[in-house]
Design a protein around this ligand. Sequence first.
Ligand code: FAD
Length: 279
Amino acid sequence: MTVQTAVSFEVYPPRSPDKLPGLHDSIRALDSVSPEFISVTFGAGGSSTRDSLDVLCFIKDNTHAKPLAHLTCVGTTREEAEGLITSFVESGITEFLALRGDLPEGETEHRGELHHAVDLVDLMNSGISHSAAIDRIAVAAFPNGHPESASLDEDIETLLTKQSAGATLAITQLFFYVEDYLRFVEKATLAGVTIPILPGLMPITSPTRLARVLELTGEKNPHELDNRLQDTEDSGKRAEIGIAWCADMIRDLVDAGAPGIHLYAFNQHETVLSALEQA
Ligand code: FAD
């Protein structure tokens, strides 16, 4: 890696147990660049609690990186959320990404008692007996706006609320143009956001992966990258294109003063490590 910056990664608990050894190998490989933390996603509604916790404990016991647990609050009661946080803390996991999560498909009403991520931040920061044991509360930020927000100003207002409730780090949704991040950080800073806003990036190595990511995030199509990926059928060349795009973004973000780089590893170490190496 030529750029000097703090790095972190995101992985997810595999859907089938036979994928676990491969994930463990990838986590060990990711540890070779001394990431500050490796975060593990969480299935909204608690669908992946045990699996997420197992991966977090693997990171804790086998790497130098801190394990950071994503937790969602959609559809949960205060008591359930407290029980969940307590069980993670008692397993030695003390850093969290507090999220709302998305409603199950077809549902439009928010059930449960915690309606927004800020409610979970509040609970983690001061609402439970284990609050003092929590070392970090991170939250999500959306440089191009959350799909449900009326404007970018609403997103910045939401981030300010989460900061006031006790969040000490924001990690962004993935984005494809450095200017989008810089514009967001500038607006957020002017509005009073002081916590670091860590840019989240993913090397996109095929048009299919790009389409899936756009569907999941609601981000706009980065046509320039899409066209480059569509221009060849060769999967090796496509990987090179996606890695080079991501490496350029890393370099530009670090040059512009980003507080670090968070990479969505998609449970594969090769592409994210190559992007860091080329940056
Ligand atoms: P919120 O902060 O609650 O915001 C959601 C919407 O509500 C926004 O439009 C916001 O402006 C608005 N809002 C917020 N507070 C208020 C309020 N008090 N009053 C009125 N409106 C309000 N999902 C998972 O299920 N599992 C994961 O592991 C996961 N990891 C993620 C990691 C990152 C880095 C990111 C960026 C997203 C992740 N997500 C994950 C997706 C996330 O759960 C969704 O994007 C979700 O739709 C919003 O989550 P949030 O925490 O930003 O919600």
